[in-house]
Design a protein. Structure first.
Length: 229
């Protein structure tokens, strides 16, 4: 699903398309967090290579292409990591966050837990924690997190009122999907076995030989018979 204009405008406003040189192209530069960047905040080209300061300048069209590619990756990450219903504004705010901080930051964050648990009023507070860059608080990040929080709450309020819902929970497979053949049963584990890369030790069952009593002597036979009288 395409991002709403409000989310796209937010991302472009804070990223900016930098650094334009006299011939109209855009040269790589260091962002405030000292990360090589080009165009609309692009840090990775659409071929997967990281931006480097020594790279050749790129055209405005290339800036837009890299932006669209990176944006699609970030949208996919938000959809994959979010297991609850989202209004387009909520989704757009999270895509803006991931575009800026990365999907890894979102994946392991309390922010994501608040979103998935439906504690949406706490989301702006969690967003506001991500304001550091290069070891210091950056005013631009403070403003960006505040605007993302406002956009998220706009979507949350609309969702509560039943307006404009988008679902990111994966759909269930159709009922007529063929049943996959069951895997053959695994042999019983004895001694030691391996599950994945973790080695496990199984207890050994020890069987003791059955003892056979010694043969009875003539004197023992007399005593046994005498006791039976």
């Amino acid at each position: 699903m395409a991002l709403p204009t409000e989310a796209l405008d937010l991302i472009k406003r804070f990223e900016g398309c930098l650094r334009r040189i006299p011939d109209g192209r855009y040269a790589p530069y260091l962002c405030p967090a000292n990360v090589p960047t080009v165009g609309w905040g692009t840090t990775t080209y659409d071929n997967g290579r990281r931006v480097a300061l020594k790279d050749e300048p790129i055209t405005a069209e290339e800036c837009d292409r890299h932006f669209a590619h990176e944006l699609r990756d970030n949208e996919a990450a938000v959809d994959r990591l979010t297991a609850t219903r989202l209004h387009p504004f909520m989704r757009g705010a999270l895509v803006s966050f991931v575009y800026n901080c990365g999907s890894g930051a979102y994946q392991g964050s309390t922010l994501r837990r608040r979103v998935n648990d439906g504690e949406w009023d706490d989301v702006p507070r969690e967003l506001a924690k991500w304001r550091m860059g290069g070891g210091r608080v950056l005013p631009g990040l403070v403003r960006r997190r505040a605007d993302e929080g406002k956009l998220f709450l706009r979507g949350a309020e609309a969702l509560r009122q039943g307006n404009g819902v988008v679902t990111t929970v994966p759909a269930a497979p159709p009922l007529d999907r063929p049943v996959e053949a069951a895997a053959p049963p695994s042999p019983p584990l004895t001694g030691s076995g391996r599950i994945g890369e973790q080695r496990i030790e199984m207890p050994q069952v020890v069987t003791r030989p059955r003892e056979t009593p010694p043969p009875e002597s003539w004197w023992q036979r007399i005593v046994r018979r005498w006791k039976g009288w």
